[in-house]
Every structure is written in C-alpha cells, then in structure tokens.
Design a protein around this ligand. Structure first.
Ligand SMILES: Cc1cc2nc3c(=O)[nH]c(=O)nc-3n(C[C@H](O)[C@H](O)[C@H](O)COP(=O)(O)O)c2cc1C
Length: 356
C-alpha cells in the first residue's frame, strides 16, 4: 500500500474527506434536562476536527420522546433549542475542514426503564436480551412487540430528527443499524421472531431499515450524506453472532446497497478478525458484494492497523483512540508507537472530567 493512502482525500458526494480517519460515534450521557450535551462534550468534537479528523460522528442522538432512549442523559435534535445548541458546533467542525454527521439512535429492547420517557419498551418481538443491564445490574425488561403504529411512529422519529440535523447544518445523518439496538433487533433472527412482513426472510427483517432510509432520504438533500452503520455484534449478549452466515450477511448488504444510502459503515469488535469461518474480514465480505464507499471500525489504533483496515474499506473510524488521544491523527501520520486502549479506559467518557 502506498505510503499516503491514510492521508489521501476521499470524495463523498459534495463532501471531500481530507484523509481517511474519522471520529466514531460516542455516547457521552452528558445531556441532562433538555437533551443538550455539555459544552465541553461539544467542544471535544470540534477539537478532534481541528486536530485533523476528516469526519466527525456525533453521539447516538435519540430519535423521539417515547421509547427511543436507552441511556441516561442522551441528546436529541428535535426542538429549536436543541438545534440552536448544535448549530455553532457543526459550523466549527466544518470550518476546521471536517465533515459533521449526526447519528440517529433508537435503543429498542436495550433500554433502561427509568430513563424511558414513555415508560414502555418496544422491540420487534417480546424477547429480552439474556444478560443483565451492566449499568443497573438488573435484567432488561421484556419489551412489547411493536405494532404497525409503533413501527410508523419510530420511522417518523428518524425523519424528525434528520430534519433537526439538517436545520442544525449537519453534512449528513447516520442511521444506527448496528450494535444490537432497535434496527439490528429487526435485522437479526436472534431478536426478531415476527411472523408478519417485518420478520422471517432477510428481506422482511430488513424492511424497517428500508422504511427508515426511504423516509429519511427526502429530508436529507441529495448532496448531503446518509450513512448506515451495521454490525454482527450487539452490546447485550455480545458473544452472539447476529447473522448466521456469510450468505446472510451479504444478502443484507445487497439489500442495503440497493437503497439510497451513500456509505455503509461496518462496525466490528476487531477489524481484522476473520468472519463466518471464512478467511475474510467483515469489511472484506462486505466489499465483495457492494460498490458503496465503506467505513470500518474496531480496534484500529496505529498506522499499521489503519493501513491494514484500509485494504478492505475506504475510511477508518476510531472511538477509543480518538477519545483518549487528542493528537491521534497526527500521531498516526508520524507512525508513532501507540496503544490499543482497553474498554475500561473509555469510561472517562461518561464522567464530567473534560477530555483533552
Ligand atoms: C464511550 C463510547 C461511547 C460509544 N457510543 C456509541 C454510540 O453512541 N454509537 C455507536 O454507534 N457506537 C458507539 N460506541 C462504539 C464505537 O463507535 C466503536 O464502534 C467501538 O468503540 C469500537 O471502536 P474502537 O476500537 O476504535 O474503540 C461507543 C464507544 C465508546 C468507547
């Protein structure tokens, strides 16, 4: 691989990424009351842009005031005050030469009842994750199986939040279809036991993702971006492979590629792990069946791992290295020896300690 692939630009519609390194979405749980993140949390995103990140994803932004919130103090982008709080942040990210994307999030069954404004947890089927909620030590409640009304309501929440993101000036939105939250719960037979046209075949399980993409696209103007994040793992019952085979994964990617999204973002636990008993990575298997621009994330921490990851994808996203090291982009450029951070180190993200 040529020396400068990491620092070569990448065109994405009207956006030009100045290099191949981005800030992955990170929930900070810093938004009490009005669902507006703390000032230092917003400034953190601007600083990463100023320090060279080509694209910055926001934390998962909750898509409605009913059942979408899964963690305390999450952000929203539905009211004028919330939009006004993000506007200068988005502008500063863009002025620093970076691209700003708002991630749209619905927790589904991975919910914390006390923080759920509707007092009602919804999911494709009335099946709870097996493990307990690590943050409360209590079992996750059994969710209500979503009605057609619920499905339409959830879709509308994504649309309204995308409108909020556009009003705040974002370059695009990301539909969070990864990590075992609501959309993944529909995609995977592990959590979707429906017998209507939102369950069963791959095509049916994909249907809510399709509904959301098609409903969001008209409010995200053509030159702005829709990225779709997808993974084979979920935050609860992490050891479970959410898709059964290479064929099932690739069928899902084919369906996704036929929709009006601009980027597929593959989130892995470890980017270079071989997937589904093949000798290919998740990103490699994805690339086999799509021509869409690809992003990849998961334990990418230094120059060598960035270069490796870019063999199967166009853009590398990092969470923990971006979180903990303000100079990560420059350190990668210089090929510095860098650590692969442990999950526990990232817990600082949820404290009030301002990050460098
Ligand atoms: C503090 C923290 C918060 C996170 N919040 C989100 C989130 O809101 N949305 C999301 O898609 N992923 C979230 N993630 C997952 C990361 O985006 C990423 O996929 C994961 O940390 C693996 O990448 P890494 O090895 O570079 O850390 C979060 C990770 C961390 C460390």
């Amino acid at each position: 691989m040529g020396q400068d692939v990491i620092f070569s630009p990448f065109p994405l519609k009207s956006c030009r990424l100045r290099n191949r390194l981005g800030v992955a979405a990170m929930t900070r749980m810093s938004s009490p009351g009005e669902s507006i993140p703390r000032k230092d949390v917003l400034e953190f995103l601007v600083r990463r842009a100023a320090n060279g990140a080509a694209i910055v994803f926001t934390e998962g932004i909750v898509t409605d005031y009913e059942s979408a919130q899964g963690y305390p103090r999450q952000a929203r982008l539905l009211t004028q005050r919330q939009i006004d709080a993000w506007k200068p942040v988005v502008k500063s990210i863009q002025d620093a030469g970076s691209v700003a994307i708002a991630q749209l999030f619905h927790c589904g069954r991975v919910a914390w009842p006390e923080v759920n404004p509707a007092g009602r947890i919804i999911a494709p089927s009335a099946i709870a994750p097996k493990q307990k909620n690590p943050l409360t030590g209590k079992p996750y409640p059994v969710p209500d199986e979503m009605s057609r009304f619920d499905i339409e309501h959830v879709v509308q929440g994504f649309v309204e939040t995308a409108k909020g993101a556009m009003a705040a000036g974002f370059d695009g939105v990301e539909i969070h279809g990864a990590h075992g939250y609501l959309i993944t719960q529909f995609l995977s037979t592990y959590s979707n036991g429906r017998t209507d046209d939102y369950g069963g075949s791959v095509e049916n399980r994909f249907r809510i993702a399709r509904d959301i993409i098609r409903a969001v696209r008209p409010v995200v103007p053509g030159e702005r971006l829709i990225t779709f994040r997808i993974s084979n793992w979920g935050i609860a019952d992490m050891e479970v492979s959410l898709f059964q085979s290479r064929e099932e994964w690739q069928e899902m990617i084919r369906l996704l590629s036929a929709e009006p999204v601009d980027v597929i973002s593959v989130s892995t636990y470890e980017f270079d792990a071989k997937a589904f008993g093949t000798d290919k990575t998740m990103a490699g298997l994805t690339r086999e069946v799509t021509k869409m621009p690809l992003m990849v994330c998961g334990k990418i921490f230094d120059r060598a791992s960035c270069e490796d990851a870019l063999r199967d994808a166009d853009i590398v996203l990092s969470a923990k290295s971006m979180l903990l090291n303000p100079n990560w982009v420059e350190d990668v450029r210089q090929g510095k020896k860098l650590p692969s951070h442990k999950s526990a180190e990232a817990n600082v993200a949820y404290t009030e300690t301002p990050l460098p």
